[in-house]
Structure formats: structure tokens, C-alpha cells
Ligand binder design. Structure first.
Ligand SMILES: Nc1nc2c(ncn2[C@@H]2O[C@H](COP(=O)(O)OP(=O)(O)OP(=O)(O)O)[C@@H](O)[C@H]2O)c(=O)[nH]1
Ligand SMILES: [Mg+2]
Length: 259
């Protein structure tokens, strides 16, 4: 396994004052315990009920561990990152454009399969991902056992089990964050490979797009969005890098690929 050498996010690189400051995005499906993890880590006694849309407003908190200082950003709960709702767009844009140092994806141990969909989507944007399998106590109560080590091997990224309401596993979570940032954890994220025809289209569009993209963005991920005819992603990138994409050419290429 290769050691992950992806550069740190904008927030913490090239700035000596910020070298020990890290931004962690907290993502996950709705109602999996993100705010509970957030409150446990930051000590903020935030409300953790189930009001619809209550985390649409970005909640931030800070904590320190082993001489590193963290800003934790609680993202809205989403099942996917297709940007088809404002929640999904907020989560997607933060993970993609604010470039957190690590995205911590909280999952529900009682229905892991559904939650892994989001994990795989986030892994298409960034490989700096830590999975937190929460609600382990609930899973145990229901007789569900989760093989955390196996899951970590399958995904190729670190996975920690927690029961956040009681605080179980959160010390390990902080230690793993620290180990990831120290480059002590080998990471080889699982990449989804599509059928050969789609892969050929991805290659073709990606070659067209890549020269116009900033180096830090995952060109394969942008290509997939464009192939879904989500050209709005290009507007977002233009806002971050004054850049004019050959939109018409891209649209024609996409139309050819999808004929
Ligand atoms: N038994 C148990 N309950 C938990 C655990 N973590 C969170 N909860 C409970 O699950 C419910 C939802 O937790 P939240 O932290 O609000 O979940 P969330 O992901 O922030 O929810 P949204 O922001 O609405 O998406 C609350 O009643 C928590 O007390 C856990 O590990 N075990
Ligand atoms: Mg919440």
C-alpha cells in the first residue's frame, strides 16, 4: 500500500501560523450521529434533535488533540452528492472547493450498505477520507456485527467504530485523525471502475477538460459530473479559478459519447 502524499488543503498549507491547524469536514447520511460526534469532539453542547434541515446552516467548532488544532465543520446530512438539493450542493461544494484536510464520513452501523454509497461518492472527490461507523451500540442491540478491519481493507482507507452518544471510540477517532495527518497511515482508496465503454468516454472527456482545471481538483470526478450533463460544476470551478471552459466543445463531446 502506498502512503498518501496528497497535499494539505488550502487552509493549512503555505502558512506557518496555520501549520498545526486542520479543517475536518463532517459528512454523512441524515440522522447517523454527525452532530453527536461534532458535540463530543468539540465539547459544544449543540442541539442534536431531528429537525429537518437544521444543519443546512454550517456549524463549526474547534478542538485540539496531540498538539494539533482542528476546526470541525458539520455538513448537512445527505444520501448523495449529486447537488440535486441545496443540502447536497452545500456538502459537495465544501468537500470539493474548501478542500478540508480530512473528510470524516459518519455512517450508521445498522444500515451500512446504504451509507457506503456516500462514502464511495466522496472517495471520487478526495482520498483524504476517514470513515466513522457510528451507532455500534444500536447495531449490537440488533445483533448486527460490523467487521471494521475488513471494511477498512475493502475501502483502502481508515475506519473507526464508535457509539458517539456514550463517547465510545472517539479517542481512537482523534488518534487516527492525528496519524493520518502525520502520514502514518497507508491509504489506497477503492476507486470505482465503470464499464469499458464509459471508461473510454471518461478518458476522452478528461483529456479535453484537464488543461482547464486547477491542479488540486480531481479531473476524473469533474469529468463524471460533466458526463452526467451537470455543467454547473464548471461554473463553480470558474468562480474559483478565472477560467473559461470550452463549454460548447465539451457539450458536443458529451453528446457524442452518450449517443
Ligand atoms: N444509541 C445511539 N444513539 C446515537 C448515537 N449517535 C447519535 N445517536 C442519536 O441519534 C440521533 C441523531 O443524532 P444526530 O447527531 O442529531 O444525527 P445527525 O447525523 O447530526 O442528524 P442530521 O443533522 O439531522 O442529519 C440522536 O437522537 C442521537 O442522540 C450512538 O452512537 N448510539
Ligand atoms: Mg446534525
Amino acid at each position: 500500500m502506498a502512503i498518501n502524499t496528497t497535499p494539505l488543503s488550502e487552509s493549512s498549507k503555505n502558512n506557518p501560523d496555520k501549520q498545526n491547524n486542520f479543517v475536518i469536514a463532517l459528512a454523512g447520511n441524515p440522522n447517523v450521529g454527525k452532530s453527536t460526534v461534532f458535540n463530543r469532539l468539540t465539547g459544544l453542547k449543540q442541539h442534536t434533535g431531528n429537525w429537518p434541515g437544521k444543519t443546512v446552516i454550517k456549524a463549526e467548532g474547534t478542538f485540539s488533540h496531540r498538539n494539533r488544532h482542528y476546526t470541525l465543520v458539520d455538513l448537512p446530512g445527505t444520501y448523495s452528492l449529486h447537488a440535486s438539493s441545496s443540502d447536497e450542493e452545500v456538502a459537495r461544494n465544501f468537500i470539493c472547493f474548501s478542500r478540508p484536510d480530512i473528510t470524516l464520513v459518519v455512517c450508521d452501523a445498522t444500515c451500512l450498505e446504504r451509507n457506503l454509497n456516500l462514502v464511495l461518492q466522496i472517495l471520487e472527490i478526495t482520498d483524504r477520507v476517514l470513515v466513522c461507523v457510528n451507532l455500534l451500540d444500536e447495531a449490537e442491540r440488533k445483533g448486527i456485527q460490523v467487521d471494521i478491519a475488513m471494511l477498512a481493507r475493502q475501502l483502502g482507507i481508515p475506519v473507526v467504530g464508535t457509539a458517539a452518544r456514550s463517547g465510545r471510540g472517539l479517542e481512537s477517532l482523534k488518534n487516527v485523525l492525528d496519524d493520518m495527518l502525520a502520514g502514518k497511515i497507508a491509504i489506497q482508496p477503492r476507486q470505482l471502475v465503470y464499464d469499458p465503454e464509459l471508461e473510454a468516454s471518461i478518458n476522452r472527456i478528461e483529456k479535453r477538460l484537464a488543461p482547464y482545471l486547477p491542479a488540486w481538483i480531481n479531473s476524473r470526478w469533474v469529468t463524471l459530473r460533466v458526463l452526467e450533463r451537470d455543467f454547473s460544476i464548471l461554473e463553480h470551478i470558474s468562480n474559483h479559478k478565472n477560467n473559461d471552459f470550452p463549454r460548447q466543445v465539451l457539450k458536443e463531446e458529451v453528446a457524442l459519447c452518450l449517443r
